[in-house]
Design a protein around this ligand. Structure first.
Ligand code: AMP
Ligand code: DBH
Length: 529
């Protein structure tokens, strides 16, 4: 599979952005040079680079011994446990491609990933956050023909314990190359079905390496992974991979509450972490109440959703560290404010791109370039931005320009200094404090309810999350009127992740329409306000 046009691939190699190094080599290298240094801390468990390297070798051998081959897919749905990295690096080493599911995903998402990616195996934890992932896995296993087995970290029940995947290390007969698809990242999306994002070793390592440099990571860096490890932000911006790339240490937080996170920052002497805006504010409030020594913390990164200037002003002083805004996407482009930026820039912009080769256009509705300072659609192309979603030609024709720019769906303006300010969104999505909800995906579930004639899901402003979701519903006249709670339960029963369940349901008799007769979500949003 060619992920980039050869002309561009050659250019990115020539410029030294793509080095031909597979992502898992960082672990091998540190295991040789600093074997005893701790790579990953998970509670009382501390895995050294040598141990992580050995575990990745054994897991790779285990996958191959079970008949998986280079290019085969697995779905990886693990919470923030050390085994996440064992399976991730093990799979990469074998050339097996993980789909990076989130712990919050449920039956609808997990079966879709397994089915669409024709996954051979599903990796889950036994239980997490009060949910039994084995029960879900049993349903998915029964429904998806390609799926050969479920591998469990923890009590396996009737499935395969991860211990069985730890085989004698053996050379990989058909090792992956750095140009290969390394894993499939997930898009928050704006359509009925989630999209899979094909990332190669070459392109991802470039973004990780440059991110680590921009964030001035060193072997002394300690990164607290508080967001779900599979998410693109904590994985790569610079995230866990950035810290492992430079030989630092990853500390895993089982969940991101202030109580857990601040205690870990103090105990593990964390130097850097990345969070979404609502979490940053919750941590700042908790820090202000005192009781934690947060003096090790140097940098708080905030991204995933827009951080208001007012909130931005509070964070640094409250946590006693520098602030960095991060505006990124799993499809590629990541923007950072920089250490050398003025305070004003850090507080009021979402940063500028990683790479001099990131091509950024701000355009009007007809794809005409706009001057700096004007709001428009953000289009981008570059050495770590995908040229298309995985196996989605029809959607790709809309989501990318003919010359390969990704239509981010974000409305931005560019400052004279080249920084981007996110002003809004053109895509049909709700950003619930960094958790993206594709309106259409939720609408499709609700449309299957017998009492629902039509539905439109839109964002409503929320003081804490930035946005929440509201489903406007037109009922069938003849059907018994359901309660709002029943429709919310219907979405949950449809197997969607909890964060996609509409926060509010409003019954209406008609929708506002645009000039050409489409439902005007813009007008619905103002009604909601
Ligand atoms: P995804 O494509 O699912 O990875 O989600 C990426 C999207 O999250 C971006 O296109 C933005 O809409 C949003 N996003 C990420 N970071 C920020 C930020 N710092 N400010 C505003 N929106 C953001
Ligand atoms: O929201 C995102 O997807 C995101 C935010 C910050 C991201 O993918 C990233 C940084 O890499």
């Amino acid at each position: 599979m060619t992920l980039w046009p050869e002309e561009f691939a050659a250019r990115y190699r020539e410029a030294g952005y793509w080095t031909g190094e597979p992502l898992d080599l960082m672990i091998r290298r540190h295991a040789a040079e600093r074997p005893g240094r701790i790579a990953v801390t998970d509670g009382e468990r501390h895995w050294s680079y040598a141990e992580l390297d050995r575990r990745a070798d054994r897991l790779a051998a285990g996958l191959l011994a079970r008949g998986l081959r280079r290019g085969d897919r697995i779905v990886l749905q693990l919470p923030n446990v050390a085994e996440f990295f064992e399976v991730f690096f093990g799979a990469l080493r074998a050339g097996v491609v993980p789909v990076m599911a989130l712990p919050a995903h449920r039956r609808a998402e997990i079966s879709y990933f397994c089915e669409f990616a024709e996954a051979r195996a599903l990796f889950v934890a036994d239980r997490h956050a009060g949910f039994d992932h084995r029960e879900l896995a049993a349903e998915v296993l029964a429904a998806v023909p390609s799926l050969g087995e479920v591998v469990v970290v923890g009590d396996p029940g009737r499935f395969t314990p991860i211990e069985e995947l730890r085989a004698e290390p053996a050379p990989v007969a058909d090792p992956p190359t750095a140009a290969d698809l390394a894993f499939l990242q997930l898009s928050g999306g704006s359509t009925g079905l989630p999209k899979l994002i094909p990332r190669s070793h070459d392109d991802y390592l470039y973004s990780v390496r440059e991110s680590a440099a921009i964030c001035e990571l060193t072997p002394a860096s300690v990164y607290l992974c508080a967001l779900p490890a599979a998410h693109n932000f904590p994985l790569s911006s610079p995230g866990t991979l950035g810290v492992l790339h430079v030989g630092g240490r990853v500390v895993l937080a089982p969940e991101p509450s202030p109580a857990t996170a601040l205690a870990l920052i103090e105990r593990e002497r964390v130097t850097i972490t990345g969070v979404v805006p609502p979490l940053a504010l919750a941590w700042a409030d908790a820090a202000a109440r005192g009781g934690h020594d947060l003096s090790s913390l140097e940098l708080l990164q905030v991204g995933g959703a827009k951080l208001s200037e007012e909130a931005a002003r509070r964070l640094g002083p409250a946590l006693g560290c520098r602030l960095q805004q991060v505006f990124g996407m799993a499809e590629g482009l990541v923007n950072y404010t920089r250490p050398e930026d003025s305070e004003e820039t850090v507080l009021t912009t979402q940063g500028r791109p990683i790479s001099p080769a990131d091509e950024v256009r701000v355009v009007d509705d007809e794809d005409r370039d706009l001057p700096d300072g004007e709001h428009g659609h953000l289009l981008t192309r570059g050495p770590y931005t995908i040229r298309g979603y995985w196996n989605a030609p029809e959607h790709n024709a809309r989501a990318f320009t003919a010359d390969g720019f990704y239509r981010t769906g974000d409305i931005v303006r560019r400052t004279p200094g080249g920084h981007l300010v996110v002003e809004g969104r053109a895509k049909d999505q709700i950003n619930r404090g960094g958790e993206k909800v594709a309106a259409e995906e939720v609408e499709n579930v609700l449309l299957a309810h017998p009492a629902v004639h039509d539905v439109a899901v839109v964002a409503t402003p929320d003081e804490y999350l930035g946005e929440r979701s509201c489903a406007y519903v037109i009922l069938r006249p003849e059907a018994p009127r359901p309660r709002a709670a029943e429709l919310r339960a219907f979405v949950r029963a449809g197997g969607l992740a909890d964060y996609k369940v509409p926060d509010r349901v409003e019954f209406v008799v008609e929708f506002p329409h645009t000039g050409i007769g489409k439902v005007s979500k813009k007008d619905l949003r103002s009604t909601a306000r």
